[in-house]
Ligand binder design. Structure first.
Ligand SMILES: C[S@@+](CC[C@H](N)C(=O)[O-])C[C@H]1O[C@@H](n2cnc3c(N)ncnc32)[C@H](O)[C@@H]1O
Ligand code: SF4
Ligand code: SF4
Length: 339
């Protein structure tokens, strides 16, 4: 049997507009299966648009997928036009955050915030009508890759509702870790529901961390990560991963980061920095993956160290091969904004 990407047969990503994607909307050129406010879930999940999307897998023609930048979930199975209810649900739209990482989006737009609030209100008002049948059949809910879960009342309320609807549900959570405290875990009732926890840390020293994360709190972060490592040891968390976005500011701490992750029984995951605006001076300075960057060769030398071959360490594809795929992603994002 051949391997195919399982996302369109297994995953949905909900946006606050109600649009339902099966994967990252940038990777699929905003190919929506339908809108949850306008159609029933059955009409969306096995409707014409979903079938058309799945057809590309059956025919081995990837018309709608940006396969040169995406991260497929490869599995051996026989692809079909229709699929059972999704096992994984991603809520990926809430952009609220308690800090400002200099490499993440940095705008604060009052009008956009108000517009998003209106859309979230619609989700809240319709949640009990739309989501229970989908959540009851799901195994994992993932949030929040757009902002910070623990900084958002809206997302926290969604998590609480989901646990009530499906007491067996598990969560994959990506967070900056600052508010991932024992108190917050207990208050939300998360402890028995943690599958994968990803904490974005980017540094091993407070000095470097503070250069990258404005309004952060390195001491709280370390304390919380140690508590999460304890939960992992006790079996309450299945997978613990520490993320590190590689820039010219922190790259010298990469080796120590692998050691820190090992001590905490966690995976160290290194991501190349995706520059979003070509001409921005700060972004150019941070982007050490540019061959023209004065520190590029120094990064290449560090990446050759055997520590990066250790079992608990993962370099994303770009860093593994230092191939310029982030440039392609930059262009895709730029093109989409032009539309
Ligand atoms: C947008 S954040 C949202 C979740 C959470 N707030 C966090 O920081 O983990 C999701 C992931 O994207 C990473 N990220 C943010 N900006 C990035 C960039 N310009 N290039 C590569 N990764 C980036 C973050 O470090 C984090 O691991
Ligand atoms: S092939 Fe890539 S873009 Fe298409 S569904 Fe899978 S991960 Fe997403
Ligand atoms: S914590 Fe996450 S969402 Fe917030 S600014 Fe940093 S990377 Fe972006």
């Amino acid at each position: 049997m051949s391997k195919y990407c399982k996302h369109p047969f297994h995953t949905i990503q909900i946006q606050n507009t109600g649009e339902v994607y099966c994967c990252c909307c940038y990777w699929t050129n905003f190919y929506s299966f339908g809108n949850i406010f306008e159609q029933s879930f059955d009409e969306i999940w096995n409707g014409e648009k979903a079938k058309e999307f799945r057809k590309q897998f059956i025919q081995n023609k990837y018309t709608y997928c940006n396969t040169d930048v995406c991260d497929p979930y490869l599995q051996e199975f026989e692809p079909n036009y229709t699929a059972e209810y999704p096992k994984k649900i991603e809520f990926s739209y809430d952009r609220r955050c308690n800090v400002r990482c200099i490499f993440c989006r940095n705008e604060k737009n009052k009008e956009e915030e108000e517009y998003n609030r209106q859309k979230e209100k619609r989700i809240e008002e319709n949640f009990d009508k739309i989501f229970p049948p989908i959540i009851q059949k799901a195994e994992v809910v993932e949030l929040n890759s757009a902002g910070e879960l623990f900084a958002s009342k809206h997302s926290i309320e969604i998590v609480k509702k989901i646990i009530k609807i499906n007491p067996n549900i598990e969560f994959n959570i990506i967070s900056n870790g600052i508010l991932f405290t024992k108190e917050n875990i207990d208050a939300i009732g998360l402890e028995k529901h943690l599958n994968t926890v990803i904490i974005s840390m980017h540094a091993t020293t407070e000095k470097t961390y503070n250069k990258l994360v404005e309004h952060g709190n390195f001491k709280s972060l370390i304390k919380n990560v140690k508590y999460l490592a304890k939960l992992k040891k006790e079996g309450s968390i299945k997978n613990l991963q520490l993320n590190f976005v590689v820039t010219s500011i922190n790259y010298k701490e990469m080796k120590d980061f692998v050691k820190l992750a090992k001590k905490l029984n966690a995976k160290a995951f290194f991501i190349n920095y995706h520059r979003q605006i070509d001409s921005d001076e700060l972004m150019q300075r941070l982007d050490i993956s540019l061959t023209s960057h004065p520190k590029y060769n120094s990064l290449v030398k560090i990446l050759k160290h055997p520590i990066f071959k250790e079992e608990n360490c993962v370099l994303n594809d770009y860093l593994k091969e230092l191939k310029p795929n982030c440039k392609k992603l930059t262009n895709i994002i730029k093109d989409l904004f032009k539309k």
